[in-house]
Design a binder for this molecule. Sequence first.
Ligand code: SAM
Length: 282
Amino acid sequence: MKHIPVLLNDVLETLGDISGRTIVDCTFGAGGYSRAFLERGANVIAFDRDTNVIADAEKLKQEYGNKFRFINAPFSEIKQLKSDEFDDVVFDLGISSMQIDNAERGFSFRFDAPLDMRMDTRTDITAADLINNKTVEELADILYEYGDIKKSYKMAALLKEKQPKTTFELRDLIKVPGDIAPIFQALRIAVNDEMGQIKDALNSVDELLQTGGRCVCVTFHSIEDRIVKNTFRKWTENVGDPRLPTIIAPKYKLLKTKTPTDAELDMNSRARSAHLRAVQKV
Ligand SMILES: C[S@@+](CC[C@H](N)C(=O)[O-])C[C@H]1O[C@@H](n2cnc3c(N)ncnc32)[C@H](O)[C@@H]1O
């Protein structure tokens, strides 16, 4: 299924008049956001680490020429850009419908496939390798932290013992049906270092964003959202001890926080856990 962009209208509303601005779309996916930015007169620099999106990116390149640049790399590489190369930054985190629906990628327990889960297939470590390489304690931490799995140690020990190599082998080891999706999600987050990526990229955004520049993040997972919320809170707070006279004014102002409306949820169930947060450098 083609990916339906989530909260796109809210992202556009938050960015305001983008004509002539340059927006970094950190998560190109099917290009829904990038296309909307280009249609409104913006220039776009887009990142995606999945090589499968290159064809869609090339189509936009043909239509928009120099107004569109695609970088097939993790968005933590935003640090390679210079401050004056862009105005605003947008993240639409997580995986796309194309990734989850592509049986061979191993993201979904609905299809039997090698236990892969790499967004970037040029990297080495698949989910099966991760289970093989990590200790029981490390695996238990991953399951607990990213999947909220209560009996995480027991599950981790079972994974180490059985070493599942396919999605169905993994699925069939999980006896509590409600744990299947969270365990797949936890392994995917670890395989792709999703939390490390967002922390790293936000640090670079803070260093590079110019005054007036906006940073908009759409998250789908509570830990991801907590990282964005806490980072934005730090950016928008006064710096210093409130009892002392020298308080440094915040570097950012909060623009928006938003979750999808019922109408959006009816159209797109993937939007269920989506959360938009946006700030502007002042
Ligand atoms: C939710 S989809 C984005 C959908 C897009 N906004 C659209 O409208 O089509 C997320 C995309 O971001 C990519 N992605 C996730 N984490 C990434 C990272 N750290 N670096 C680069 N791309 C990443 C995924 O490969 C996926 O294609």
